[in-house]
Design a protein around this ligand. Structure first.
Ligand code: C2E
Ligand code: MG
Ligand code: MG
Length: 553
């Protein structure tokens, strides 16, 4: 039975049925006496009265409208109202017949559906669809009124590794926590949305200069300065931001988002955790990198990719005690492409896993041969570089085990060099992998020591056996008493902690003398040898053996 009531010419209630009473949660008596307005949402008293006035005036003979009532328990009830007059045979107005329908749930569902269609279920932020709609409105506004707007694409650095190592549940919680932080600095005129995965889009409106957009980028990045605690884990996420500024003449919104993406890519390539403003030049750079990546992929398995070996020497005897394996790529047109160009490129991609396996297998194989040719007592150790991302490869441990097994190399002869680019947030996982290596007897070297911002915390957490002093300390651009003091301090720090210290990038006798005087035991550098192909490295070892043999009594 539909809720119904009769009202008089003054719109006071004459009769109500049970359905109407239960719709408002009130007994019948409640409606006789007070005006129906007493149960009407204050904002809807106006439409109720207006409908009544129009019916009374004879202007219309039936009215339908939606109004809100107040339920006894305080809830708002949305009702669809149909009201028409009852007349006697002479046509005189007697009373009104009002029939109603409770559409509260229907309305809520529609609202929820449209919210769902336009919002990201995880963070509750506007989704891509709503963002694009706001962007095209903003674009039109700028075209009409002038001024500037900006699109900022925020991409979390190394977020995949959080998901891979800590699980999606933690990953999701982290995303929500980050969204809340970003929200805090979102201006009311702007829109923050989740673009999907670990990407957020920010639309900034009413700007007067590019630097204002940059200020917003800095403000957003600054929200990640404090670590985020999730389930007792202290995470330090970072983000890279691509910024594109638009005016009324700018291209359509799809292109704006693409440009922001290009700038973001550029931001990640430089150093993570900062922002870059888009310039048209960037398109060409991205195209070049894309080609390079494609060529690198197709060179795998061919002869263009090779491992070269640079000797690590005892600085007092200059005898070779190990080698570092360094990857080389000979491009068919460009010649040798340095690893500093192609490794970061591969790191943005699953390709780094393939390159990593290649390096590991090649190097272990060559080092295994050295053990067989020189005998186990004097065989050199082999250092293999591992990219931060490889530490998050769930298959890494198996790959290392396999490389050792295939080559017959004892784990004690393998050193894994890791750089500090691993975000601190990942340190728990990194430590687990490293502990495993440690148990096997594989050595861990902290590469480029002193250049990362977290060198000391790495010393604390990763318990490396070796630190490799970065070249910038060995060959400072402006040598001074201060740079000497720094170098000496790092060496004695290593000694105090019982670590083996290797100096990188020794090019001159003077640098060698200085390192010796500071007590540095091991080093590598062009002064001794560049990285050379395996066969040349084997010859260097043979020559060393021959000279030892000649000196032997
Ligand atoms: P790194 O591990 O710190 O390697 C030392 C780099 O310094 C090498 O550059 C080496 O050739 C160079 N070097 C050695 N002695 C001297 C010197 O006296 N003077 C100068 N100016 N340079 C010297 P390279 O081979 O270009 O490698 C650069 C970086 O690329 C490496 O730094 C390492 O981080 C990365 N890399 C190289 N091979 C691999 C690899 O197989 N896997 C991974 N993940 N990274 C690699
Ligand atoms: Mg290295
Ligand atoms: Mg290094």
């Amino acid at each position: 039975m539909a809720p119904m009531l009769f009202t008089g010419l003054d719109d006071k209630v004459l009769a109500v049925n049970d359905a109407f009473c239960s719709m408002l949660g009130r007994p019948k008596e409640a409606f006789f006496g007070p005006d129906l307005n007493a149960f009407t949402h204050p904002d809807d008293v106006g439409i109720t009265e207006e409908a009544h006035t129009r019916l009374m005036s004879g202007e219309i003979d039936k009215v339908s409208y939606v109004k809100r009532y107040l339920h006894k328990d305080g809830r708002v009830i949305v009702a669809e109202v149909s009201k028409s007059p009852a007349r006697d045979v002479a046509g005189n107005l007697l009373y009104f017949i009002v029939s109603e329908r409770d559409i509260t749930d229907e309305r809520a569902l529609t609202a929820q559906l449209s919210h769902q269609a336009l919002h990201d279920p995880l963070t509750g932020l506007p989704n891509r669809l709503l963002f694009e709609d706001r962007l095209s409105q903003a674009h039109a506004r700028v075209a009409r009124d002038g001024g500037l707007g900006a699109v900022l694409l925020l991409d979390l650095d190394d977020f995949k590794s959080v998901n891979d190592t800590l699980g999606h549940l933690i990953g999701d919680q982290l995303l929500v926590a980050i969204a809340r932080r970003f929200e805090k600095v979102t201006r009311t005129s702007d829109t923050l949305s989740r673009f999907g995965g670990d990407e957020f889009l920010y639309l900034a409106e009413r700007l007067s200069s590019t630097s204002e957009a940059e200020e917003i980028a800095s403000r957003i990045l600054h929200t990640l300065a404090e670590p985020i605690s999730i389930d007792g884990l202290l995470l330090e996420p970072h983000a890279s931001v691509g910024v594109v500024v638009f005016d009324g003449t700018s291209s359509d919104h799809a292109e704006l988002i693409r440009d922001a993406d290009v700038a973001m890519f550029e931001a990640k390539r430089e150093t993570k955790g900062h922002h870059v403003v888009f310039t048209p030049m960037m398109h060409q750079q991205v195209a070049r990198q894309f080609t390079l990546l494609h060529e690198l992929r197709s060179s795998i398995g061919g002869r263009d990719l090779a491992m070269h070996y640079q000797p690590v020497v005892d600085l007092s005897t200059l005898g070779i005690i190990g080698f570092e394996a360094l990857m080389r790529w000979q491009h068919p047109d460009r010649g040798w492409v340095p690893p500093t160009t192609f490794i970061p490129l591969a790191e943005q991609n699953e390709l780094i896993y393939v390159l990593g396996s290649f390096a590991l297998n090649e190097a272990a194989c060559v080092a295994g041969d050295w053990v067989r040719t020189t005998g186990p007592d004097v065989a050199p150790y082999i250092g293999v570089n591992l990219s931060a991302r490889q530490l998050h490869d769930p298959g890494l441990v198996a790959k290392v085990d396999e490389a050792l097994e295939l080559s017959g190399l004892a784990p004690g002869r393998l050193i894994i060099e890791i750089t500090e680019s691993v975000a601190l947030s990942d340190i728990t996982v990194t430590s687990r992998v490293i502990e495993h290596f440690d148990r096997l007897g594989i050595g861990i070297a902290l590469d480029d020591f002193g250049t990362g911002y977290s060198s000391f915390s790495y010393l604390m957490h990763l318990h490396p056996r070796i630190i490799k002093i970065d070249q910038s300390f060995v060959r400072p651009r402006h040598p001074s008493a201060r740079s000497d003091a720094l170098l000496e301090t790092i060496i004695s720090l290593g000694a105090k902690l019982g670590l083996t210290v290797v100096a990188e990038g020794i090019e001159t006798e003077a640098q060698l003398r200085r390192l010796r005087s500071f007590g540095c035991e091991l080093g590598q550098g062009f002064l001794f040898s560049h990285a050379v192909p395996a066969s040349d490295a084997t010859e260097l070892l043979a020559a060393q053996r021959a000279s030892h043999a000649a000196l032997a009594p």
